[in-house]
Write a protein that binds this ligand. Structure first.
Ligand code: MN
Length: 490
């Protein structure tokens, strides 16, 4: 065995293409074997190619022409645009020069099975080529600039951008606070407004980079592990780093979002349950906005301008879709259509409005067919009869500056498991003193009080003059919201 520099695999192999051919069966893969006529020797600059490879794990193969072969690295997150973030580059076997124009499908079961397409290609200048340092200046259509590759351990190298980030480049933000809609009625004049269906689910901002997706709820809960089905959205967008805004929904038997089923998806304790439920109650991500794309923030653009970028992404897959935007139509017609199909309502959005991060804005108005209200659970009453030993009703409040204001109790609308599941959450939060102000407001017999931390949602018919919910029905927990988010919804 040849002696190697400790900790580094050389960026060229001793017997050109031997390893490459030993990994592939020419009868089964459409990839070039490099045994045809020798590629014409170029007099101009050597070539590079970056191939997006949808193998078991999505990656980008980065190949540089050197001494008659393509010296290759696999980049799990692609080529960095930001000099502050180095990306892993796993040194792989040399490939034949004619691999540089290869695009196609490597059959499943073969080495590297999956789709290969050229993401970028061009020429490059060599500034240094040593066993432990390769410095090049790329001239591609997507990537240009000076890059250096250097080994860190074994086959693992890093790729670092030495030039400043491209003009105007901004890295993906870590967090984005969603823009919120103001509850209200349809605009008096439809001019200048777009209408979207209000999806009854959980708001989620997703951060996609290097083919990977990360999703955060309104209160910064990481939703990614709960919804493995959305990984395909990361792979779908490939090397287009972006931040998307949308709603996660689970459809019921009637094709209408079922908040209860979605709620169960949010409270699964282990990966096996998550896997089983993602098959039994698959979720969909309805994307209605794009806030950052290809290294550029878009929040200051107008709604119409952001829609152009969103539609250009062509989001359409088994688990994700672009939300419809109805323009040059009457808002009342859209609202009526949602009422007839059992949907929650519409959101009217001003077409000339920017994305107001973290603000409840009047540029977005939510108009609902049913009245719902978020509430904070402050206690429970004992169940009677068949419910003895469990919960009878939940005591509900709305946070105010002075404390939790009691707004009534809800004793209906619970699913089979809901009462037991709620008791499991409430018992450990029990306390002896009332969280409500004034304390005398709770007239129930033998109430149990809890620390007011859990947020839920009820349907109801109207507010009474005394400030109580009339005919409330339980809809489910809102673990994506914090008590501080709860406000009277008009
Ligand atoms: Mn590959």
């Amino acid at each position: 065995m040849a002696t190697r520099r400790k900790g580094a695999s050389k960026p060229q192999s001793e017997s050109p293409l031997g390893t490459y051919r030993s990994k592939r069966n020419a009868a089964k893969t459409p990839e070039p074997m490099g045994d045809g006529p020798r590629a014409r020797r170029r007099k101009d600059l050597p070539v590079f190619v970056i191939q997006e490879h949808h193998a078991r794990a999505l990656h980008w193969d980065f190949r540089l022409e050197h001494e008659g072969v393509l010296v290759s690295w696999a980049l799990p997150k692609g080529v960095p645009e930001d000099p502050k973030s180095n990306h892993l580059a796993v040194h792989t076997e040399d490939h034949p020069l004619d691999y540089g124009s290869f695009e196609g499908d490597i059959p499943a079961g073969e080495y590297g099975g999956g789709q290969v397409r050229i993401w970028d290609h061009g020429h490059f200048e060599v500034e240094k080529w040593r066993p432990d340092e390769v410095m090049v200046v790329l001239h591609g259509s997507k990537v240009s600039g000076r890059y250096v590759l250097f080994p860190t351990s074994g086959k693992n190298w890093m790729i670092h951008r030495m030039d400043p980030a491209p003009e105007g480049f901004q890295p993906l933000p870590e967090k984005v606070r969603p823009m919120l809609a103001t509850p209200g009625t349809l605009p008096a004049d439809d001019t200048g407004w777009a209408f979207e269906i209000k999806w009854d689910g959980v708001r989620a901002i997703s951060f996609i980079e290097g083919g990977r997706i990360r999703m955060l709820s309104r209160n910064d809960k990481d939703l990614t592990p709960s919804f493995p089905e959305f990984r395909e959205l990361g792979a779908f967008l490939g090397a287009r780093p972006c931040v998307l805004d949308g709603e996660i929904v689970v459809l019921g038997e009637d094709g209408v979002p079922d908040f209860g089923r979605l709620q169960h998806r949010l409270h699964l304790a282990n990966a096996n349950d998550v896997k089983r439920q993602s098959a039994a109650s698959p979720a969909s991500y309805v994307v209605f906005d794009v806030l950052h794309l290809d290294g550029h923030p878009l929040m200051s653009l107008t709604y119409d301008e952001r829609r152009v970028h969103l539609e250009e992404l062509g989001l359409s897959g088994a688990s994700f879709a672009t939300a419809d935007s109805f323009r040059d139509v009457r808002g009342v017609d859209i609202l009526q259509a949602t009422k007839e199909t059992g949907l929650e309502g519409v959101i009217a959005k001003r077409r000339d409005s920017a994305y107001a991060e973290g603000k409840r804005s009047t540029a977005w108005i939510k108009v609902k067919n049913v009245r719902t209200q978020e509430v904070v659970i402050g206690g429970w009453t004992d169940g009677a009869g068949s419910r003895a030993g469990s919960m009878g009703a939940l005591l509900l409040g709305i946070p105010t500056a002075g404390g939790l204001r009691y707004v009534g109790k809800v004793g209906t609308g619970f699913g089979d498991r809901d009462r037991d599941d709620l008791m499991d959450l409430l018992r450990p939060a029990a306390r002896t003193t009332t969280p409500f102000i004034p304390p005398s407001d709770v007239k129930e017999r033998g109430p149990h009080f809890v620390n007011p931390l859990l947020v839920g949602e009820v349907r109801f018919s109207e507010w009474t003059e005394a400030g109580r919910l009339r005919h409330p029905t339980w809809r489910g927990l809102r673990s994506d919201k914090s008590p501080a988010d709860v406000v009277i919804e008009s």
